[in-house]
Design a protein around this ligand. Structure first.
Ligand code: DON
Length: 307
Protein backbone atom coordinates (compact mmCIF):
# COMPACT_ATOMS: atom_id res chain seq x y z
CA UNK A 1 0.00 0.00 0.00
CA UNK A 2 1.24 3.51 -0.83
CA UNK A 3 2.46 5.42 2.20
CA UNK A 4 0.86 8.82 1.70
CA UNK A 5 3.37 10.66 3.89
CA UNK A 6 6.17 9.25 1.73
CA UNK A 7 4.34 10.45 -1.40
CA UNK A 8 3.81 13.95 -0.04
CA UNK A 9 7.45 14.16 1.14
CA UNK A 10 8.80 12.86 -2.17
CA UNK A 11 6.71 15.31 -4.23
CA UNK A 12 7.94 18.19 -2.10
CA UNK A 13 11.52 16.97 -2.25
CA UNK A 14 11.51 16.42 -6.02
CA UNK A 15 10.19 19.92 -6.75
CA UNK A 16 12.16 21.82 -4.12
CA UNK A 17 14.80 22.91 -6.64
CA UNK A 18 12.07 24.72 -8.62
CA UNK A 19 10.68 26.78 -5.71
CA UNK A 20 10.34 30.39 -6.85
CA UNK A 21 9.47 29.62 -10.49
CA UNK A 22 6.53 31.48 -12.01
CA UNK A 23 5.25 35.01 -11.67
CA UNK A 24 3.51 36.64 -8.71
CA UNK A 25 0.00 38.05 -9.26
CA UNK A 26 1.12 41.67 -9.27
CA UNK A 27 -2.18 43.09 -10.58
CA UNK A 28 -3.25 42.91 -6.91
CA UNK A 29 -0.37 44.97 -5.42
CA UNK A 30 -0.49 43.29 -2.00
CA UNK A 31 -0.02 39.84 -3.57
CA UNK A 32 3.17 41.07 -5.25
CA UNK A 33 4.73 41.52 -1.78
CA UNK A 34 4.53 37.79 -0.94
CA UNK A 35 7.83 35.85 -0.72
CA UNK A 36 7.76 33.64 -3.86
CA UNK A 37 10.08 31.04 -2.31
CA UNK A 38 7.37 29.15 -0.45
CA UNK A 39 5.85 25.77 -1.19
CA UNK A 40 3.44 23.73 0.91
CA UNK A 41 1.40 20.56 0.50
CA UNK A 42 -1.31 19.16 2.79
CA UNK A 43 -3.42 16.10 2.16
CA UNK A 44 -6.31 15.07 4.42
CA UNK A 45 -7.78 11.61 3.85
CA UNK A 46 -11.48 10.89 4.23
CA UNK A 47 -10.67 9.11 7.50
CA UNK A 48 -9.11 12.31 8.81
CA UNK A 49 -5.38 11.60 8.56
CA UNK A 50 -3.23 14.60 7.69
CA UNK A 51 -0.04 14.35 5.62
CA UNK A 52 1.90 17.55 5.06
CA UNK A 53 5.21 18.86 3.78
CA UNK A 54 6.92 22.23 3.39
CA UNK A 55 5.05 25.44 4.20
CA UNK A 56 1.75 23.68 4.90
CA UNK A 57 0.99 25.79 7.99
CA UNK A 58 1.58 29.22 6.43
CA UNK A 59 -1.59 31.19 5.67
CA UNK A 60 -1.88 32.56 2.13
CA UNK A 61 -4.54 34.43 0.17
CA UNK A 62 -6.96 31.77 -1.11
CA UNK A 63 -8.40 34.13 -3.76
CA UNK A 64 -10.52 32.21 -6.28
CA UNK A 65 -10.46 28.99 -4.26
CA UNK A 66 -13.03 30.77 -2.06
CA UNK A 67 -15.41 30.49 -5.03
CA UNK A 68 -15.91 26.80 -4.28
CA UNK A 69 -17.30 27.73 -0.87
CA UNK A 70 -19.45 30.64 -2.07
CA UNK A 71 -20.85 28.39 -4.82
CA UNK A 72 -21.73 25.81 -2.15
CA UNK A 73 -23.50 28.50 -0.10
CA UNK A 74 -25.37 29.92 -3.12
CA UNK A 75 -26.59 26.46 -4.15
CA UNK A 76 -27.78 25.99 -0.57
CA UNK A 77 -29.79 29.21 -0.83
CA UNK A 78 -31.41 28.95 -4.26
CA UNK A 79 -30.52 25.47 -5.55
CA UNK A 80 -30.80 24.99 -9.30
CA UNK A 81 -32.23 28.52 -9.61
CA UNK A 82 -28.57 29.56 -9.67
CA UNK A 83 -28.25 28.24 -13.22
CA UNK A 84 -30.61 30.93 -14.50
CA UNK A 85 -27.98 33.47 -13.43
CA UNK A 86 -24.73 31.62 -14.18
CA UNK A 87 -23.85 28.92 -16.70
CA UNK A 88 -21.87 25.75 -16.13
CA UNK A 89 -19.65 25.57 -19.18
CA UNK A 90 -15.91 26.16 -19.40
CA UNK A 91 -15.21 29.64 -20.74
CA UNK A 92 -11.96 29.02 -22.62
CA UNK A 93 -11.11 32.60 -21.69
CA UNK A 94 -9.04 34.26 -18.98
CA UNK A 95 -10.65 34.45 -15.54
CA UNK A 96 -11.17 38.20 -15.81
CA UNK A 97 -12.28 38.41 -19.46
CA UNK A 98 -15.33 40.50 -20.38
CA UNK A 99 -15.72 39.28 -23.98
CA UNK A 100 -18.35 36.56 -23.51
CA UNK A 101 -20.30 38.61 -21.01
CA UNK A 102 -21.47 40.97 -23.74
CA UNK A 103 -22.05 38.21 -26.26
CA UNK A 104 -24.03 36.16 -23.74
CA UNK A 105 -26.16 39.00 -22.38
CA UNK A 106 -24.67 39.35 -18.94
CA UNK A 107 -24.83 35.65 -18.00
CA UNK A 108 -21.34 34.43 -17.02
CA UNK A 109 -20.23 31.06 -18.39
CA UNK A 110 -19.57 29.47 -14.99
CA UNK A 111 -19.38 30.29 -11.25
CA UNK A 112 -15.56 30.31 -11.12
CA UNK A 113 -14.63 33.00 -13.64
CA UNK A 114 -14.69 36.39 -11.94
CA UNK A 115 -18.02 37.45 -13.47
CA UNK A 116 -19.65 34.19 -12.37
CA UNK A 117 -18.32 34.48 -8.83
CA UNK A 118 -19.55 38.08 -8.64
CA UNK A 119 -23.06 36.87 -9.58
CA UNK A 120 -22.72 34.15 -6.92
CA UNK A 121 -21.75 36.84 -4.36
CA UNK A 122 -24.97 38.66 -5.30
CA UNK A 123 -26.93 35.47 -4.49
CA UNK A 124 -25.12 35.04 -1.15
CA UNK A 125 -25.93 38.68 -0.27
CA UNK A 126 -29.66 37.83 -0.43
CA UNK A 127 -30.87 41.21 0.78
CA UNK A 128 -28.40 41.42 3.66
CA UNK A 129 -25.61 43.89 4.29
CA UNK A 130 -22.18 43.06 2.83
CA UNK A 131 -20.66 42.55 6.30
CA UNK A 132 -23.37 40.01 7.14
CA UNK A 133 -22.75 38.04 3.94
CA UNK A 134 -18.98 38.21 4.46
CA UNK A 135 -19.48 37.00 8.03
CA UNK A 136 -21.59 34.08 6.79
CA UNK A 137 -18.90 33.03 4.29
CA UNK A 138 -16.10 33.23 6.87
CA UNK A 139 -18.21 31.29 9.41
CA UNK A 140 -18.95 28.60 6.82
CA UNK A 141 -15.26 28.17 6.03
CA UNK A 142 -14.36 28.10 9.73
CA UNK A 143 -17.00 25.41 10.22
CA UNK A 144 -15.70 23.35 7.29
CA UNK A 145 -12.11 23.61 8.56
CA UNK A 146 -13.11 23.23 12.19
CA UNK A 147 -10.87 26.21 12.85
CA UNK A 148 -12.09 29.48 14.34
CA UNK A 149 -8.81 31.25 13.64
CA UNK A 150 -9.43 31.62 9.88
CA UNK A 151 -9.77 35.30 8.92
CA UNK A 152 -9.71 37.83 6.12
CA UNK A 153 -6.42 39.53 5.25
CA UNK A 154 -7.66 43.12 5.22
CA UNK A 155 -4.54 44.42 3.45
CA UNK A 156 -5.33 42.14 0.50
CA UNK A 157 -9.02 43.10 0.53
CA UNK A 158 -8.10 46.81 0.57
CA UNK A 159 -5.50 46.37 -2.15
CA UNK A 160 -8.00 44.71 -4.47
CA UNK A 161 -10.76 47.18 -3.63
CA UNK A 162 -8.43 49.99 -4.72
CA UNK A 163 -7.30 48.36 -7.96
CA UNK A 164 -10.02 45.90 -9.06
CA UNK A 165 -11.06 47.94 -12.10
CA UNK A 166 -11.83 44.90 -14.24
CA UNK A 167 -14.13 43.45 -11.60
CA UNK A 168 -15.88 46.82 -11.30
CA UNK A 169 -16.42 46.70 -15.08
CA UNK A 170 -17.70 43.10 -14.99
CA UNK A 171 -20.11 43.89 -12.17
CA UNK A 172 -21.46 47.01 -13.85
CA UNK A 173 -21.91 45.06 -17.06
CA UNK A 174 -23.97 42.42 -15.29
CA UNK A 175 -25.96 44.99 -13.41
CA UNK A 176 -26.83 46.65 -16.76
CA UNK A 177 -28.14 43.30 -17.99
CA UNK A 178 -30.21 42.87 -14.81
CA UNK A 179 -28.07 40.02 -13.49
CA UNK A 180 -27.19 41.68 -10.16
CA UNK A 181 -29.88 42.53 -7.61
CA UNK A 182 -27.76 44.53 -5.19
CA UNK A 183 -25.67 47.69 -5.59
CA UNK A 184 -22.40 46.97 -7.38
CA UNK A 185 -20.31 48.24 -4.44
CA UNK A 186 -22.07 45.85 -2.06
CA UNK A 187 -21.59 42.85 -4.32
CA UNK A 188 -17.91 43.67 -4.91
CA UNK A 189 -17.43 44.26 -1.18
CA UNK A 190 -18.49 40.66 -0.58
CA UNK A 191 -16.45 39.36 -3.52
CA UNK A 192 -13.18 41.15 -2.66
CA UNK A 193 -13.41 40.10 0.98
CA UNK A 194 -14.06 36.42 0.36
CA UNK A 195 -11.16 36.36 -2.12
CA UNK A 196 -8.96 37.85 0.64
CA UNK A 197 -9.56 35.04 3.14
CA UNK A 198 -6.21 33.65 4.31
CA UNK A 199 -5.74 29.94 5.00
CA UNK A 200 -2.95 27.42 5.23
CA UNK A 201 -2.76 24.30 3.05
CA UNK A 202 -3.78 22.21 6.04
CA UNK A 203 -6.85 24.35 6.78
CA UNK A 204 -7.83 24.38 3.11
CA UNK A 205 -7.47 20.62 2.64
CA UNK A 206 -9.60 20.16 5.75
CA UNK A 207 -12.25 22.57 4.42
CA UNK A 208 -12.48 20.70 1.10
CA UNK A 209 -13.00 17.31 2.69
CA UNK A 210 -16.78 17.32 2.15
CA UNK A 211 -16.15 17.23 -1.61
CA UNK A 212 -13.99 14.12 -1.25
CA UNK A 213 -16.45 12.42 1.04
CA UNK A 214 -19.81 12.48 -0.73
CA UNK A 215 -20.90 15.77 0.83
CA UNK A 216 -20.16 14.84 4.44
CA UNK A 217 -17.47 16.18 6.67
CA UNK A 218 -16.04 12.91 8.00
CA UNK A 219 -14.33 14.65 10.92
CA UNK A 220 -17.47 16.22 12.36
CA UNK A 221 -19.75 13.53 10.87
CA UNK A 222 -22.06 16.28 9.65
CA UNK A 223 -23.61 16.56 6.22
CA UNK A 224 -22.56 19.70 4.32
CA UNK A 225 -24.28 19.00 0.97
CA UNK A 226 -25.94 15.99 -0.64
CA UNK A 227 -23.67 13.50 -2.40
CA UNK A 228 -25.10 14.49 -5.78
CA UNK A 229 -24.31 18.15 -5.11
CA UNK A 230 -20.76 17.28 -4.09
CA UNK A 231 -20.36 15.35 -7.36
CA UNK A 232 -21.64 18.31 -9.33
CA UNK A 233 -19.36 20.82 -7.61
CA UNK A 234 -16.47 18.48 -8.42
CA UNK A 235 -17.62 18.37 -12.05
CA UNK A 236 -17.56 22.16 -12.20
CA UNK A 237 -14.10 22.25 -10.63
CA UNK A 238 -12.82 19.77 -13.19
CA UNK A 239 -14.25 21.63 -16.17
CA UNK A 240 -13.85 25.25 -15.05
CA UNK A 241 -11.63 25.39 -11.95
CA UNK A 242 -8.50 26.43 -13.83
CA UNK A 243 -10.14 28.77 -16.36
CA UNK A 244 -8.49 28.53 -19.78
CA UNK A 245 -6.01 26.09 -18.23
CA UNK A 246 -8.74 23.63 -17.12
CA UNK A 247 -8.19 21.19 -19.98
CA UNK A 248 -4.46 21.09 -19.31
CA UNK A 249 -5.01 20.53 -15.57
CA UNK A 250 -7.50 17.70 -16.23
CA UNK A 251 -5.05 16.13 -18.70
CA UNK A 252 -2.07 16.36 -16.37
CA UNK A 253 -3.68 15.78 -12.97
CA UNK A 254 -7.02 14.08 -13.66
CA UNK A 255 -8.71 15.42 -10.51
CA UNK A 256 -11.18 18.25 -9.89
CA UNK A 257 -9.25 21.33 -8.80
CA UNK A 258 -9.72 25.00 -8.04
CA UNK A 259 -6.89 27.49 -8.27
CA UNK A 260 -6.38 30.98 -6.93
CA UNK A 261 -3.98 33.76 -7.92
CA UNK A 262 -2.49 33.61 -4.43
CA UNK A 263 -0.83 30.42 -5.72
CA UNK A 264 -3.05 27.87 -3.98
CA UNK A 265 -4.88 24.92 -5.53
CA UNK A 266 -7.49 22.73 -3.85
CA UNK A 267 -7.79 19.32 -5.52
CA UNK A 268 -10.25 16.57 -4.71
CA UNK A 269 -9.70 12.83 -5.03
CA UNK A 270 -13.28 11.63 -4.52
CA UNK A 271 -13.55 8.89 -1.89
CA UNK A 272 -9.88 9.33 -1.01
CA UNK A 273 -8.66 12.76 0.05
CA UNK A 274 -8.72 16.53 -0.17
CA UNK A 275 -5.39 18.05 -1.15
CA UNK A 276 -4.17 21.64 -0.94
CA UNK A 277 -0.93 22.87 -2.47
CA UNK A 278 0.54 26.34 -2.46
CA UNK A 279 3.40 28.14 -4.13
CA UNK A 280 2.92 31.79 -5.13
CA UNK A 281 4.53 31.76 -8.62
CA UNK A 282 1.89 31.46 -11.36
CA UNK A 283 1.89 30.10 -14.92
CA UNK A 284 0.54 32.03 -17.92
CA UNK A 285 -3.09 31.13 -17.03
CA UNK A 286 -2.78 32.54 -13.49
CA UNK A 287 -2.57 29.10 -11.86
CA UNK A 288 0.21 28.03 -9.45
CA UNK A 289 3.09 26.70 -11.52
CA UNK A 290 4.66 24.53 -8.84
CA UNK A 291 1.27 23.66 -7.36
CA UNK A 292 0.13 22.18 -10.68
CA UNK A 293 3.40 20.24 -11.01
CA UNK A 294 3.01 18.95 -7.44
CA UNK A 295 -0.51 17.70 -8.07
CA UNK A 296 0.59 16.05 -11.30
CA UNK A 297 3.30 14.12 -9.46
CA UNK A 298 1.02 13.33 -6.54
CA UNK A 299 -1.68 11.94 -8.83
CA UNK A 300 0.92 9.78 -10.62
CA UNK A 301 2.39 8.44 -7.38
CA UNK A 302 -0.96 7.68 -5.69
CA UNK A 303 -2.66 6.49 -8.88
CA UNK A 304 -5.61 8.75 -8.01
CA UNK A 305 -7.72 9.94 -10.93
CA UNK A 306 -11.39 10.42 -11.71
CA UNK A 307 -10.84 8.75 -15.08
O1 DON B 1 -10.88 38.93 -8.85
C1 DON B 1 -9.70 38.60 -8.96
O2 DON B 1 -9.04 38.86 -9.95
C2 DON B 1 -9.09 37.84 -7.80
N1 DON B 1 -9.66 38.27 -6.56
C3 DON B 1 -9.30 36.36 -7.93
C4 DON B 1 -8.78 35.78 -9.23
C5 DON B 1 -8.23 34.42 -9.12
O3 DON B 1 -7.86 33.94 -8.07
C6 DON B 1 -8.03 33.68 -10.39
N2 DON B 1 -7.36 32.40 -10.13
N3 DON B 1 -6.49 31.80 -10.56
Amino acid sequence: MTDLQDVVDSVHHDLAARIGEGKLADYIPELATVDPKQFGIALVTVDGKVHAAGDAETAFSIQSISKVFTLTLALGKIGDGLWKRVGREPSGNAFNSIVQLEQEKGKPRNPFINAGAIAVADVVLAGHLPKEAIGEIVQFIRHLSDDESIAIDHNVARSETQTGYRNVALANFMRAFGNLNHPVEHVLGVYFHHCAIAMSCRQLAHAGLYLASAGRNPLSGGSVVSSSRARRINALMLMCGHYDGSGDFAYRVGLPGKSGVGGGILAIAPGKASIAVWSPGLNENGNSLLGSAALELLAQRTGWSVF
